[in-house]
Design a protein around this ligand. Structure first.
Ligand code: SF4
Length: 328
């Protein structure tokens, strides 16, 4: 017996990196406990990327391969593409009729993002972008999700979903919308190789399916303690990105490495070599599973189709109840 229903999604940004792993590992864990709907939310990608859709299909495929290679299981969860389940669109439209404009205009990220995109010469002040929190609410409410795994920064969005649900129920004297609760995910933040936030756009990421050569190359570029010039210099592992990575991927040796660094007994080249080996051991099974799946594109298509069917079945029941409540 599962504890409840979960919806979560990611915009199709293409191949994922190690910085995404913590969220995905949480999803993998949750699929044992909850009935899970995991969507690649391609319509959300359009809210800011409407002019550049050339790579969207390829990005969806790459993301789905990553999800499956880290352990999302199509037997346990519905894994699908948002635009393949049109009920998301219908509920988005209907909730758009009942959601006050002022609620959307006061979303803190709305003005911030318009400003940020404006600085790079892009105007995203569209109806679609203003309405994306309603689309997000529809994604969740269409499955009557009881819970949504979120980071602290997404709590205001979830609260807005709850308000949209409450207003709909009140307006149509129904209980069709269930207010989802947050599952606060303890996400361990892995920095990029330059110690900034890991991001493909900074070029400081390590792909989830990085080859041995790519891993060696990225680890060799990692920033270390700038005070260490010679091996005998006493180091400060707490300021070193390589050491942070050892805490993630080499738990058994991290204490010993820290001590050797502090006492000048290990050089950075050797330290990086040890990390690269551990990282390669960690990534190898993900890489292999991904390569196997990528070699059989029909299987991937089938998984996404079956996922969409499973999602549609659930979502269509909600829409029936919604239409009935609205008398349409
Ligand atoms: Fe970092 Fe290792 Fe060099 Fe110490 S020895 S500064 S932990 S790379």
């Amino acid at each position: 017996m599962k504890k409840g229903i979960i919806f979560s999604g990611m915009r199709p940004t293409g191949k994922l990196h190690l910085g995404h792993l913590s969220v995905l590992e949480n999803w993998v864990k949750l699929q044992k406990e909850y009935e899970c709907f995991y969507g690649i939310v391609d319509w959300h990608a359009l809210t800011t990327g409407f002019e550049d859709t050339d790579n969207i299909k390829e990005n969806i495929k790459e993301m789905a391969l990553d999800w499956l290679s880290v352990g999302l299981d199509p037997e346990e969860s519905a894994i699908f593409v948002q635009s393949h389940v049109k009920e998301h669109g219908e509920l988005f439209l209907l909730l758009g009729m009942t959601t006050p404009l002022s609620w959307l205009e006061r979303v803190p990220t709305y003005k911030e993002q318009i400003h940020q995109f404006g600085q790079v010469g892009k105007d995203i002040s569209t109806y679609g972008f203003l309405g994306y929190p309603v689309l997000m609410a529809a994604d969740i409410l269409v499955y009557r999700a009881t819970s949504v795994p979120v980071g602290e920064d997404q709590l205001p969005h979830l609260e807005l979903t709850r308000e949209i649900a409450r207003r709909f129920n009140h307006m149509f004297q129904t209980e069709v919308m269930s207010e989802p609760q947050a599952i606060l995910a303890k996400v361990k933040l892995l920095p990029g190789i330059d110690n900034r936030k890991m991001s493909k756009s900074y070029g400081n990421d390590i792909a989830l399916n990085a080859s041995t050569e790519e891993i060696n190359d990225k680890v060799s570029q990692m920033v270390t303690d700038p005070a260490r010039i010679r091996k005998t210099d006493l180091g400060h592992p707490e300021v070193c990105t390589v050491h942070t990575y050892h805490t993630f991927y080499n738990e058994a040796e991290v204490k010993e490495i820290g001590a050797e660094c502090r006492t000048g007994k290990i050089g950075c080249v050797a330290c990086k070599k040890r990390l690269a080996q551990k990282l390669d051991l960690f990534i190898a099974p993900i890489r292999e599973k991904r390569a196997q799946l990528a070699a059989q594109p029909n299987i991937l298509d089938q998984i996404l189709e079956e996922g969409a069917n499973k999602a549609r079945e659930k979502a269509s029941h909600t829409l029936e109840a919604v239409r009935e409540a609205m008398k349409i």
